[in-house]
Design a protein around this ligand. Structure first.
Ligand SMILES: Cc1cc2nc3c(=O)[nH]c(=O)nc-3n(C[C@H](O)[C@H](O)[C@H](O)COP(=O)(O)OP(=O)(O)OC[C@H]3O[C@@H](n4cnc5c(N)ncnc54)[C@H](O)[C@@H]3O)c2cc1C
Length: 381
């Protein structure tokens, strides 16, 4: 079916992004996988091209356009070349609402120009060694002392963990107040007591710096609190998590589609028993099922993008998009790998890399099980 999500300006933007990725990313990504990190220069180059912070007001160096279709274009193009090391989606899709919508004018002036130019790389630190799905169980504390908060604790699995300059840290400002005792504080590179641990060795996404962070008596100015008062952190997270989950769903469908198209081509040319493997009924049925499911997923996700733009994407709708598309992604790459036979297990084949890179998608941003909890709770049992 015809896709009708994009206008001409998005298609033009897609050409620009595609050209940038072909020039600045694709030739280097294998090396970045070996390095375990993407160099900061590529962030600056993407920033010069206007790839960050469309929603950042023009006075602070952005485009002043709130339209998630631009984010979608970037996510699709990045996934289209398997550049899973770029933390752009974390910065653009997940962090932008924290920095654009939850900041006051003084904070905007301090952070948004760097956000848009790619000179200030962002991250969000929710997860701790002892608490991931259960966010209320975090133990990092921020104790107010005069004009500062004193932050103590440890975070793990943080995307852009090594490269980040601004980290939105989820901390307890009042451990006795439950959901109302959590706040978001921006911890900046170089603050005394803020340390980085290991750049973690993962199953896939080897070019992505996913790291441990440590906070030991870090004195964070009270002026770095997001929101106009303490204790709003949990609600701020709930506000922004649907967009985070939609971003993951957009990428899930993009990966599934890319791998599927490549596999169809492979099945055209690979021969066994005197004919191409696409001539076997099993191959055609597997591809037919995947093609159907991926197309249906795409239309649901496109609808979610428009709902987000209209300010109407609910937590439940986003949870549906996240679990369904990421499970479909892992199923698709697994079945496509099978259709590649032994070559599918060789990392020089994109399907093999997609297989290892995809596995995490059903875990971060809220696991499949937590997504089903969100949907299930909506029935009011
Ligand atoms: C590559 C990568 C990047 C990440 N990036 C970030 C980041 O940038 N920032 C950040 O803060 N975090 C990040 N994370 C952390 C990620 O969000 C968590 O790993 C995830 O939320 C799950 O938390 P957990 O690992 O503690 O698992 P747990 O919460 O311990 O869950 C273990 C298992 O129990 C299940 N489970 C838990 N609770 C329930 C329940 N109520 N009902 C049924 N099943 C349940 C889970 O679904 C899972 O299968 C990242 C993780 C990875 C792997």
């Amino acid at each position: 079916m015809q896709r009708d999500l994009f206008e001409e300006e998005h298609q033009l933007f897609r050409e620009t992004v595609r050209e940038f990725l072909a020039r600045e990313v694709a030739p280097h990504h294998d090396q970045w996988e070996k390095d375990g990190i993407v160099p900061r220069e590529v962030w600056k180059k993407a920033g010069e091209l206007g790839m960050f912070g469309f929603g950042v007001p023009e006075e602070f160096g952005g485009a002043g356009i709130t339209d998630f279709r631009y984010n979608t274009v970037i996510d699709e193009e990045v996934m289209g070349i398997g550049a899973t090391g770029l933390g752009f989606s974390l910065h653009n899709d997940i962090m932008a609402p924290y920095f654009v919508d939850l900041t006051n004018d003084e904070q905007k002036a301090r952070w948004l120009p760097g956000f848009a130019s790619g000179e200030l790389i962002t991250a969000v630190a929710m997860t701790e060694p002892g608490a991931g799905s259960d966010l209320q169980g975090i133990r990092t504390t921020a104790v107010r002392e005069g004009d500062h908060y004193v932050v103590n604790g440890q975070k793990t699995f943080i995307t852009n963990g090594i490269n980040s300059d601004l980290v939105v840290v989820v901390a307890k400002t009042d451990p006795t107040a439950g959901a109302r005792g959590t706040s978001l504080l921006v911890v900046e590179r170089g603050m005394e007591g803020f340390g980085r641990g290991r750049n973690l060795d993962k199953v896939g996404m080897h070019a992505q710096d996913t790291a441990e962070l440590f906070f030991e008596n870090v004195r964070v100015p009270a002026a770095n609190l997001l929101g106009d008062q303490e204790g709003q952190g949990f609600f701020q997270l709930m506000r922004n998590l649907p967009q985070e989950r939609l971003s993951i769903a957009v990428m899930a469908v993009a990966v599934a589609e890319t791998v599927l198209r490549a596999t169809i081509e492979y099945c055209r040319s690979r021969k066994a028993f005197g004919s191409n493997i696409g001539s076997f009924q099993n191959t055609r049925f597997v591809l037919a099922e995947l093609d159907t499911e991926v197309e249906i997923a795409r239309h649901y996700v496109d609808k979610c993008v428009l709902a987000l733009n209209a300010g109407e994407l609910s937590a439940v709708d986003a949870a549906k998009a996240k679990w369904w598309t990421t499970e479909l992604q892992t199923k698709t790459v697994d079945r496509c790998l099978q259709l590649h036979g032994g070559y599918g297990y060789m990392l020089e084949y994109p399907v093999a890399k997609a297989w290892v890179d995809s596995r995490v998608q059903t875990i971060y941003g809220g696991t499949t099980e937590i997504m089903k909890e969100i949907i299930g709770r909506s029935f009011g049992f």
